[in-house]
Design a protein around this ligand. Structure first.
Ligand SMILES: [Mg+2]
Length: 372
């Protein structure tokens, strides 16, 4: 089997609001083969920048569009092709946009392998740890503590056993920060797990103060309180609190994750399959984390392609903790982009059993919302 084409498809809602929501547009990668099998992948990054990395012309030996590196190649050679894409683009940097673009391609190649062999990706990866995985409902903090309280009750009533609130007004001042977490806990009650995603808002000492103040509300983890590369700060925070510190969605290379674990001493390692080098990258990150006795979770706030990829990956590793599942009310794209719509039941997500990723594009939506 040979690769015949690689498309980077930019989908965008007619109206995109200026809000913390990466589910309003999407960059989908579709890889075609001479046997008629196609693979799907997704990238959560700047869509036009990713298109440039994929469609770009040959510039020189260390900078060449991924598409032309892949055409004519065997899609089963995922590790070899990953290294080929990386090695031929070293000038793009050792983390960032190159890793994001490779992620979408790598995901699509694994989808092709699964479809050809009639197996879900988790089986190709040697997994099969779970029938279903516990997920947490992932939403933004309300604009006020009171709105956060109402949202917490809504999610509790939907049957979730864990909920994460993030970003929004967090970081405004000490009183507001604590009130947001207090109201989130009040709305969830004592029996649900509460995750707090600070959204990169504090310096190290403020983060230590907030961790102390949040302790009485029993957070399951405190996520991204500091700037992504403040590894020294993460280490100080981690030593100062018994609350688990979670981070990783801004990291993408294996080297970045090594620093997050060994220098930052983070407890829960978060990995976005659409940014970290796809399955090929994510499996290495999971192994690295396991070697330091760290659990991992996915990051995903985009489409169900990302969620499906996360489920295949988390079902293939021994240190899966929980699944992020976006439960924000105001994003429609994910519900119309793919034929399959993933739903939580009693706070759990079923592991996909279809060949490959098990996801198909809704071509009507693609025709309507494709920009380029
Ligand atoms: Mg986050």
């Amino acid at each position: 089997m040979r690769i015949t084409d690689v498309e980077a498809i930019h989908i965008r809602m007619h109206e995109v609001k200026k809000q913390c929501d990466s589910g309003q547009d999407a960059l989908i990668v579709r890889v075609r083969t001479d046997e008629g099998i196609t693979g799907l992948g997704e990238v959560d990054s700047s869509p036009l920048a990713v298109q440039g990395v994929i469609n770009g012309a040959y510039s020189h030996q260390l900078c060449c569009g991924l598409r032309q590196l892949l055409i004519g190649e065997d899609p089963f050679q995922t590790e070899y092709l990953w290294q080929k894409m990386f090695r031929n683009n070293i000038y793009l940097g050792q983390s960032g946009i190159l890793f994001h673009a490779i992620s979408g391609v790598d995901m699509a190649l694994w989808d092709i392998k699964g479809k050809k062999l009639g197996m879900p990706i988790w089986k190709l990866l040697g997994g099969g740890f779970h029938k279903r995985l516990r997920c947490y409902a992932s939403v933004l903090f309300g604009d006020t503590p009171e709105q956060t309280y109402l949202e917490a009750m809504r999610l509790r009533d939907l049957g979730f056993t864990a909920v994460k609130f993030g970003w929004g007004p967090m970081g405004k001042d000490a009183k507001t920060d604590v009130a947001l977490v207090a109201k989130a806990r009040a709305g969830l009650g004592d029996n649900l797990d509460l995750m707090v995603d600070a959204g990169l808002v504090w310096d190290t000492k403020t983060a230590i103060q907030r961790a102390e103040a949040f302790q009485q509300y029993d957070p399951f983890w405190l996520e991204e309180p500091l700037a992504p590369h403040n590894y020294e700060g993460y280490s100080q925070l981690s030593k100062a609190t018994s609350i688990r510190i979670a981070a990783g969605e801004e990291q993408d290379s294996l080297e970045d994750y090594r620093r997050l674990i060994t220098e930052g001493q983070c407890d829960v390692i978060q990995v976005d399959l659409t940014r970290c080098g796809g399955f090929t990258g994510a499996m290495k990150i999971a192994s690295l984390a396991a070697s330091y006795h760290r659990p991992v979770a996915n990051h995903g706030f985009t489409t169900y392609i990302n969620v499906a990829a996360a489920l295949h990956w988390l079902n293939s590793i021994p240190n899966a903790l929980i699944v992020e599942f976006a439960a924000q009310n105001n994003t429609d794209l994910r519900n119309i982009l793919t034929k399959q719509v993933i739903r939580a039941k009693d706070g759990y997500l079923e592991i996909p059993q279809e060949p490959g990723l098990g996801m198909d594009l809704n071509e009507d939506t693609v025709a309507k919302l494709r920009i380029t």
